[in-house]
Design a binder for this molecule. Sequence first.
Ligand SMILES: [Zn+2]
Length: 92
Amino acid sequence: MDGLTFTCPVCGVDVPRRAKSCPHCGACEKSGWSQDRHFDGLNLPDTDFNYGEFTRREFGSGPKKSKMQWFWLVVTILVILALGWMTLRGMG
Ligand SMILES: [Zn+2]
């Protein structure tokens, strides 16, 4: 009895161990048992996909936008430096 059947993780009925799919709910090794489904839904591919999209968005949207970002970064740094320099001058 032990080795001949196991409990279907989907619907809970006893399924013959040699059966390829559950006769009750139709779950099978490839598309059915919940453990296998967990393995199918790995977190890694998801993270990979998100990272790829992020990279594409940040660096792949064209040199124009990237140039603008650099321009504003330089402008911001120059303004901060000028303000800091003027503040130091005023204090000193
Ligand atoms: Zn079942």
